[in-house]
Design a protein around this ligand. Structure first.
Ligand code: FNR
Length: 365
C-alpha cells in the first residue's frame, strides 16, 4: 500500500508492526514491567474533553513556536529515541532530514546509531533556507569528562540546546526484551556518539553509563561548562520541578520516558497542570508521552505546555518508509493540529487556554 493510505499515527504503528522483526517491535512499543504507564499516557489524553469557542476564528492559523531561542514551525517536536538504524538503513540521517523538512526541532538521542555531526550535516542539507533546529539529549556520565566530551561534540555539530535525561539512575526493565533476549545492538550498529570519546583511545565505542549517584550539583557543573540552554527531561515530582527552576535550569521536558523507566508513574498530561503552576511562568514546559493526535497536542498546549514531543510515532514512520514515513507522521500531526485549532475557534496556538479542556470524568458526574 502507498504511504498516502496511512491516515493516522495508529495506522503507522499497525503497518510498522507487520514489517518489523517482532523483537524490535517489542523493544519500541514496550515499556517497563506491566506497562501500566505506557497505557496511562494515551488514556490520560482520552479522559480529557475539548470545549471549543465559536465565532472567533481566522482563515490562517499560527502554529509556530520559539523555545529558548530555537524556532519551530509547529509545537510538535521529535523526542529523543535510540537506535534508528534498527528500523531503517539510513537511521538518524533520515530522521534529521525529516525533521528539517518539517521545520521542527529534532532532539537527537545520545544513543543514536549515527554520529551527531552527520545527523546535523544531513539536516542542514535538507533545510537549505534556514538552520536546522537540532537539540541534543544526553545522560550525565559517571565520568564527567565523558559528559563534557559529548557536550563538545553536540555544540560543534550546531546543537542549540541540551536535554539532560534524569529519570534513568538505572535502566528500566522492559520484560519483553528480557523474554526476547534483546540486550544489545546487532553487529554493525553502535552508539556512534560514544565512539572514540576519549581522544587517546583506539577505535572503541564506550557503553552508555547510568548512575544512581548523580545529584543536582552534577547538573550545576554541566551548566557551568556550557553556554547552551539546559533542559531536564524526566522530572515528575512537582517539588523537583521547583528545585530545577530555582537552580536555574532553562526548561523542563515533562516525560515519563514513554512508560519505559519506573512503571505506574502518572500519565504526563495528568501532571501538566501542576507543572505549569510550579514552573510554567518561569521556564518553558514541554511534554511527551502518548501524543498520537492533533487533539492531544491542543490539550497539552491548553494546559500549559509550550510544545509536545513524539517518540514512538516517529519511529513507526521511519520503520514504514524511512525519511518519507517520518515526514508523513509529522505532517499528519501538523494537519490534525491545524484542523483542531480551527474547530476550537482558535487563531493559533497562543489562543489555547486551560478553560478549553474539561476532565471527561468530572463532566460525567
Ligand atoms: C525512548 N526514549 C528515550 N528518551 C531519552 O531521553 N533518551 C533515549 O535514548 C530514549 N530512547 C528511546 C527509545 C525508544 C524506542 C522509545 C520508544 C523511547 C523516550 C522518549 O524520548 C519519549 O520520552 C517517549 O518515547 C515519549 O512517549 P511516546 O511518544 O513514545 O508515547
Amino acid at each position: 500500500g502507498a504511504l498516502e493510505d496511512l491516515l493516522t499515527v495508529r495506522e503507522f504503528e499497525a503497518r510498522a508492526r507487520r514489517i518489523l522483526d517482532p523483537v524490535h517491535y517489542d523493544y519500541i512499543a514496550g515499556g517497563a514491567r506491566d506497562e501500566v504507564t505506557v497505557r496511562a499516557n494515551e488514556a490520560g489524553f482520552a479522559r480529557l474533553s475539548l470545549l471549543p469557542r465559536v465565532l472567533g476564528g481566522t482563515a490562517e492559523r499560527d502554529s509556530a513556536v520559539s523555545i529558548l531561542g530555537t524556532r519551530a514551525s509547529m509545537p510538535v517536536l521529535v523526542s529523543p529515541t535510540a537506535f534508528h538504524r534498527l528500523v531503517c538503513a539510513e537511521g538518524e540521517i533520515a530522521t534529521g532530514r525529516a525533521a528539517a523538512r518539517a521545520d521542527t526541532i529534532l532532539i537527537a538521542s545520545m544513543a543514536s546509531t549515527v554520529a551527531i555531526r552527520e545527523v546535523a550535516a544531513a539536516a542542514r542539507a535538507a533545510a537549505t533556507d534556514r538552520d536546522p533546529a537540532l537539540w541534543f539529549q544526553l545522560y550525565l556520565q559517571p565520568d564527567p569528562q565523558d559528559t563534557l566530551a559529548l557536550v563538545r561534540r553536540a555544540a560543534a555539530a550546531g546543537c542549540t540546546a541540551l536535554v539532560v535525561t534524569v529519570d534513568s539512575p538505572v535502566l528500566g526493565v522492559n520484560e519483553r526484551n528480557v523474554r526476547n533476549r534483546f540486550h544489545d545492538l546487532p553487529p554493525g550498529l553502535a552508539c556512534e556518539n560514544l565512539r572514540n570519546l576519549r581522544g587517546d583511545e583506539p577505535d572503541t565505542v564506550r557503553r552508555i553509563g547510568m548512575s544512581p549517584e548523580l545529584n543536582w550539583d552534577d547538573v550545576d557543573r554541566l551548566r557551568a561548562h556550557t553556554k547552551l540552554p539546559v533542559l531536564l527531561k524526566g522530572v515528575l515530582h512537582p517539588e523537583d520541578a521547583r528545585i530545577a527552576v530555582d537552580r536555574g535550569v532553562d526548561g523542563l521536558l515533562l516525560s515519563n520516558h514513554g512508560g519505559r523507566q519506573l512503571d505506574t508513574v502518572p500519565a504526563t498530561i495528568e501532571l501538566l497542570p501542576e507543572f505549569a503552576a510550579v514552573a510554567g511562568r518561569k521556564v518553558p514546559v514541554l511534554l511527551d508521552g502518548g501524543v498520537r493526535r492533533g487533539t492531544d497536542v491542543v490539550k497539552a498546549l491548553a494546559l500549559g505546555a509550550t510544545a509536545v514531543g513524539i517518540g514512538r510515532p516517529l519511529v513507526w514512520g521511519l520503520a514504514v518508509a524511512g525519511e518519507e514515513g517520518a515526514l508523513r507522521v509529522l505532517e499528519l500531526l501538523r494537519a490534525e493540529l491545524d484542523h483542531t485549532l480551527a474547530l476550537c475557534g482558535a487563531r493559533g496556538v497562543k489562543d489555547l487556554t486551560p478553560d478549553l479542556v474539561r476532565s471527561a470524568q468530572a463532566g460525567a458526574r
